[in-house]
Design a binder for this molecule. Structure first.
Ligand code: ATP
Ligand code: MG
Length: 402
């Protein structure tokens, strides 16, 4: 089959393929960009595969960078952009269930497509839009089916991360996973423990941000794959409950992980250790620690002003979006107007700071400074004190004499 009109994003990359062809090599767009073009979805990145060996690619283009030359990837710089070009390759060895012991460059496209995970990811496309489909990926795409290329058992043994990729694509694309592929996951789920948590985390987050999280979770539950993810083992019922929701998709990582934590009824003091086990960043942990309590406040319809202030506008938005998953949400406009009602939105807006208190010798350096500032802030938030420098200094003076 041939796609007559390629999306604009391919325009600037087509001449690169043409140049490789002119030099006598084969060159194709491969992987996700072909799949997403056929689905009419947004294209994230363009991957190019070629029969030219890395040194040959480098001799054809003026400006290149060796980004991953040992795996066959060279970046070609053109039109102020970088294009990753990877030599057709086969992989062998996989003794550790996660990466090949050996990568061999080959001249055959089919060999390259064979090492790819799922049939819908094993499509290639010429620069003129002609699609090469060696493994029936087009009919799987039409039938909304995720199916391993070759024997699922072998493929999951080679690289156990592919099981997480299967469930994330089920969620992201809202596709079913073919029965034999599901069986392959059930039989090999335990191998996921061999995979670095960082890689499992990436797939889990993509799953949680997909169109049909419930579909991805359902397969994780059915196959037992969830048991080999960090800290999910004892939460079968909670995850099953979450899989009943149909208010997807969420729109950012904070919402994604907050949603998982709320579903698990994890006590607030366990949030940090849970997210650390997933090797998430300190920034994300800090955001989730604001959002999760706010989801619970939305559920109870009770917010203190301090909490609303501490959560911030984005945090409140994220919390209400997460609350939607559980049907606990408030009207966003109600939440927004409650927030707008706060006299100040940021501690920098408080008309007094620690330095003022120290300079006037109202408090001694140490924890007393923060404590007094917090008290002033709370009074301002509740309208008990105006946000006025003199008035706040006066109050602080009085407190210090008590
Ligand atoms: P996304 O839109 O999320 O980037 P993608 O399909 O492009 O989806 P990538 O992780 O960018 O996914 O990988 C690009 C391609 O490389 C895939 O489409 C697939 O052909 C191949 N691939 C990636 N990871 C694996 C893997 N673990 N095993 C086999 N093939 C893989
Ligand atoms: Mg990609």
């Amino acid at each position: 089959m041939k796609i007559e009109k390629l999306p604009k994003i391919f325009d600037s990359a087509r001449p690169i393929l043409q140049q490789l062809e002119k030099a006598g090599y084969e060159a194709y767009f491969v992987g996700g960009c072909v799949r997403d073009t056929l689905l009419g979805d947004k294209i994230h990145d363009i991957d190019i595969a070629t029969s030219a060996y890395p040194e040959e690619v480098k001799s054809i283009f003026k400006r290149t960078v060796d980004t991953g030359i040992e795996h066959g990837t060279v970046m070609v710089l053109a039109n102020n952009q970088g294009y990753e070009i990877t030599t057709f390759r086969t992989e062998s060895g996989y003794q550790d269930y996660r990466r090949p012991d050996k990568v061999t460059f080959v001249r055959s496209l089919k060999e390259d497509l064979k090492r790819r995970d799922f049939t819908i990811n094993a499509l290639a496309m010429k620069e003129n839009g002609e699609v090469i489909d060696e493994f029936d990926g087009l009919s799987d795409l039409k039938n909304h089916l995720i199916r391993a290329v070759g024997y699922p058992d072998t493929r999951f043994h080679e690289d156990a991360l592919r099981m997480m990729r299967a469930v994330r694509f089920a969620s992201r694309l809202d596709f079913k996973i073919d029965a034999q592929t599901v069986q392959g996951i059930a039989d090999n789920a335990a191998l996921l423990s061999k995979i670095a948590v960082e890689r499992t985390q990436v797939e889990m987050q993509k799953l949680l941000l997909g169109q049909n999280v419930s579909a991805g979770l359902a397969v994780m539950l059915k196959t037992g794959l969830y048991q080999y993810c960090p800290a999910l083992k004892d939460y079968k019922n909670e995850l099953s409950q979450l899989a009943l929701s149909n208010h997807w998709p969420l729109d950012n990582a904070t919402q994604a992980w907050s949603c998982l934590i709320v579903a698990m009824y994890l006590p607030e003091k366990e949030i940090t250790s849970f997210l650390r086990r997933w090797k998430l960043s300190n920034k994300l942990i800090a955001d989730v620690k604001k959002v999760v309590p706010a989801v619970n406040s939305i559920k109870r319809r009770s917010f203190t002003r301090e909490q609303m202030f501490a959560t911030g506008q984005q945090g409140l938005y994220d919390a209400n979006r997460v609350a939607t998953i559980f049907n606990w949400n408030m009207l966003q406009s109600e939440l927004d107007s409650a927030y707008q009602y706060l006299p100040i939105k940021d501690s920098k807006q408080l008309a007094i700071n620690g330095a003022d208190l120290l300079k006037a010798q109202i408090v001694k350096p140490g924890p007393a400074v923060g404590k007094l500032l917090q008290e002033l802030l709370t009074n301002v938030l509740y309208g008990k004190l105006p946000n006025n420098h003199e008035k706040l200094m006066e109050y602080a003076q009085e407190r210090s004499h008590e």
